[in-house]
Design a protein around this ligand. Structure first.
Ligand code: ATP
Ligand code: MG
Length: 368
């Protein structure tokens, strides 16, 4: 929502690995916006696996308190969780989503044009992933059968409340994208999507008729209960067929809404469609708070070398700004990024270039 503010306070949580390299890049870009956004204070905050090893807590109380009491929004880098279970450790990003009620993970995936690069499908979709329930409630049990074999069960929770609110968010995003395309068309810009806005509900209710059935019904009811979304088409895809079609013809999707697990899987897959994880931004959004976060992880294989692609993080900052109501400065950031990619002179190694994180960030700043 576009609240009038005279100042902005943003919590900055680089956390682990390349998060410590790409988050400062995003901050430099935000700083370069100058007076086109309110005077912004950046508050450095701790969280992560490295913080756990230093002070015994992956998410210090202080971090949550400052985010809740002082900040208008936040940026998160990436966290490296150990692959084995470590007593006392649990992922701070999962905890943050819970503390701040960030019930949606919104991931726009759009193809980029880079000279002399393998061409990918035309693709400009937004994946809206439910962030609080499904199999990720982590309620698992294991027992031993009389013959000594084991049985493990995971509970999956789907509620009508969580499903409707994520559905509502998806329809709102579809409305907004429709309006943006309309405005771009009027301004004489090329818009390749000519149809009406569309929401695709992703589920598997032919097999899981109770849980996925409830998800599907709840999202459908969002559209059916109001006239507001009359201009938005609604369709459904079973999750397996969604994966297939996304890889064959991603250009047919506009907004896709999915329960937590399916959303997690299809959004990493969608990132592959556009060429690099280092390009894909996201926001974790609730009704009261927004946190930008690149989709990629901590990338331990390239950490500390100043070669991580900062674009996912920079675009996440743009998403954060636009969801705080600063749409114009956000689109300036995206335009600067698009120009740098289209020029193809400054690209990090994941995109076939030789430039450093700093070079690419400098190039974006110059275009801005
Ligand atoms: P994590 O457990 O934190 O997710 P990971 O080993 O799965 O770590 P990811 O960050 O998910 O690593 O990255 C997967 C691959 O994509 C790695 O090879 C990584 O180097 C590459 N990658 C991810 N983000 C970027 C980026 N911003 N720039 C360049 N390469 C990246
Ligand atoms: Mg990963």
């Amino acid at each position: 929502s576009a609240v009038k503010r005279t100042a902005l306070k943003l919590g900055m949580i680089p956390a682990d690995g390349i998060g410590k390299e790409v988050l400062p890049a995003a901050q430099r870009v935000l700083e370069a916006l100058g007076s086109s956004i309110p005077k912004t204070t950046f508050i450095p905050l701790q969280a992560g696996w490295e913080e756990f090893n230093r002070n015994g807590k992956a998410l210090p109380d202080e971090t949550v308190k400052i985010l809740k009491e002082e900040c208008d929004g936040a940026m998160f880098g990436s966290v490296s969780s150990p692959s084995h279970k470590v007593a006392g450790y649990s992922s701070p990003i999962v905890a943050l989503r819970k503390h701040l009620d960030l019930y949606a993970n919104v991931r726009p995936v759009s193809s980029v044009s880079i000279p002399n690069q393998k061409s990918y499908h035309q693709c400009d979709m937004v994946i809206v992933r439910e962030n609080t329930e499904c199999l990720y409630i982590k309620k698992e049990e294991i027992s031993t059968n009389p013959d000594g074999s084991k049985k493990a069960i995971a509970y999956r929770q789907i509620t009508s409340n969580a499903s409707s609110r994520i559905g509502k968010m998806a329809f709102e995003i579809a409305l907004r994208r429709g309006a943006e395309r309309e405005a771009a068309r009027k301004a004489g810009k090329e818009v390749w999507w000519n149809g009406e806005p569309k929401v695709t509900i992703v589920h598997k209710s032919n097999v899981l008729s109770v849980t996925d059935g409830l998800f599907r019904e709840s999202v459908r009811a969002v559209k059916e209960g109001t006239d507001r979304y009359n201009g938005v088409k609604m369709e459904e895809q079973l999750v397996d067929s969604m994966v297939y079609r996304m890889f064959r013809e991603p250009e047919i999707f506009d907004v896709a809404v999915a329960p937590n697990l399916y959303g997690d899987i299809i959004s990493d897959g969608a990132a592959a469609l556009v060429g690099s994880l280092g390009l894909v931004p996201s926001i974790n959004a609730g009704d009261d708070f927004v946190m930008g976060e690149p989709v990629h992880g901590s990338a331990p294989d390239i950490e500390g070398q100043n070669i991580a692609n900062p674009i996912a993080s920079i675009r996440s900052a743009a998403l954060l700004l636009s969801s705080l109501g600063y749409v114009e400065p956000a689109s300036r950031i995206n335009a600067a990024v698009d120009t740098v990619l289209a020029e193809g002179e400054y690209l990090t190694p994941d995109l076939g270039g030789k430039s450093s994180t700093t070079d690419v960030t400098d190039a974006v700043l110059k275009r801005l």
